[in-house]
Design a protein around this ligand. Sequence first.
Ligand code: SF4
Length: 407
Amino acid sequence: MPRTPEILAPAGDMTCLQAALDAGAGAVYLGLEGFNMRQMASRNFSLASLPEAAERCRARGVKLYLTLNTVLFEHELPALDETLRAAQPHIDAAIVADWATVEACKRFGVPFHISTQMSCANTATARFLKAQGASRVVLARECTLAEVDAIAKNSGIEVETFVHGAVCVAVSGRCLLSHDAYGCSSNRGECHQPCRREFLIQEVREGENANAAFVVTPHMVLSARDLCSLPFVDKLMAAGIASFKIEGRARNPEYVKAVVTAYRAAVAAVADGTFGAALAERLTADCARVYHREFGCGLFHGRPGAGQFTDTDENQATTKKRHVGVVLNYYPKAKVAQVAIQDQTVAVGDRLSIHGPTSGVVDLVARDLRRDDEVCTRAERGTWITFPCEERVRVNDKVFIVKGTPC
Ligand code: SF4
């Protein structure tokens, strides 16, 4: 029986964290403002919000990991100490990529995982990192399945791999494109993703037959497909990986919910012997409902060929959500929500998704619409409605209508 891996979910904010917990993640990773690889993401936790995040995780028996995985400069060392001192009581481990952070974690008694940014891609490195005190290593994304298998079985340290989400065309942590183009370093969490854009290459030389120009589109050379490991989750489990990491701290709560749910189902099916191609296909379709680029298998099956680049950077989600309005009230006894309709019209049978920092992601189909106790079949912008909502939602939660392929 293969080991059951932890499903490790990304959390960009409290709504995503709650969605991860409700979907059954075994662990959550998040970043604070500073020292993490998602500095450009509009959302990040703060030291002030960390205790609440930790409390919610502990109440569910879920581990909480703090990403501190940027390269550090001299002037940042005091702030690193301050962050670790304050975070230490609230986290189960830090995810690190700089030896200064390793040293500081040891001083503050914080268990640490080696970030994929350190590019550990062989057993000898993994053993060395263990000898330095690491309790887990997140392997380089460039490892094939056979290499992951060998490292997990022979290194004596827990191994974590990314199983889903965006993939860089560069070796993890070695990309200078964003820094060259915009002065914003990917290795400081500031990537502007130039690999996803189109470029015009213009010949500089002047004179006869000069000034040639070529358009370089992402699918020609740069933009890698998103990783989706669902079709071969059984093989990843057989390799003895301790933790399945889902990329996407900049992605939305519905992404966290859908992807955690799908991987949990896949892992459970492998464990009870019901995993197969049909289930993998259905779960992949579930993940395709939310934000993603074209799916690929990453580098697990060898070096990438042309088939691992995406033709477009556009979101390929099979559903789209549109803002409807906000929750005005929730009546827990009647299990009824009251919602102000600010944008989209809502009609009976519409699929709604309600998002909030305490509620997480609550999905339902609109039925029994009422206004002032009058039954109605639709509600227009500028009005309000009530409808049954089994799960508790909160005042000011955002309400969306979801169009496209149903689950
Ligand atoms: S530019 Fe693209 S390949 Fe480079 S770090 Fe950013 S996302 Fe990754």
